[in-house]
Write a new protein. Structure first.
Length: 168
């Protein structure tokens, strides 16, 4: 097994990646699994729904860097912040929700680490959407559960997204 070359935060932030942005984890640049059509459809549907129904209260977008720790930058599939579009290029305050849409190559351990990073950072709610099974899960500091009633929620922000809007 080879050793990874560590990169400074400054170098990571200066680097442009031609195929897809990459996360930065404690000095390592980490490739993200780039989704396929179903993955993209789910991301787009979440953002579209939030912008159509909560435009006055939230800003939602895909693939935005979120600095969860001094040496960790995550790129959720969808990031939702309360209020208007952030002025900075990078989100440095906890979003109200982050969304991860599963890709065929995602590994459970990597996803668990991401969810933990978001929750420790102060993100109150992490949604995980599986376009293949058309199921979704909600993770909070109090625990995790599958969405059984067909609605993703962030109770603290009074946000609801029906799974039927995501999976059409």
């Amino acid at each position: 097994m080879g050793t990874a070359t560590l990169v400074s935060v400054e170098e990571y932030l200066r680097t442009s990646f031609p195929d897809a942005d990459r996360e930065y984890i404690d000095g390592r640049i980490v490739e993200r699994n780039v989704g396929e059509v179903d993955h993209s459809d789910a991301q787009t549907a979440v953002v579209h729904y939030l912008r159509a129904h909560y435009q006055e209260r939230v800003w939602a977008s895909v693939a935005v860097r979120v600095q969860v720790k001094k040496t960790r930058f995550r790129i959720p599939d969808v990031t939702v912040v309360l209020g208007s579009k952030p002025a900075d290029r990078i989100i440095r305050k906890p979003p109200v929700v982050t969304v991860e849409v599963l890709s065929p190559d995602d590994r459970a351990g990597d996803l668990e680490e991401k969810i933990n990073d978001y929750l420790v950072f102060g993100v109150p709610c992490v949604w995980v959407i599986n376009p293949e099974t058309r199921r979704a899960y909600v993770h909070t500091s109090a625990g995790s559960h599958e969405v059984r009633d067909g609605i993703l929620r962030v109770d603290s922000a009074a946000i609801e997204v029906p799974l039927s809007e995501i999976f059409g």
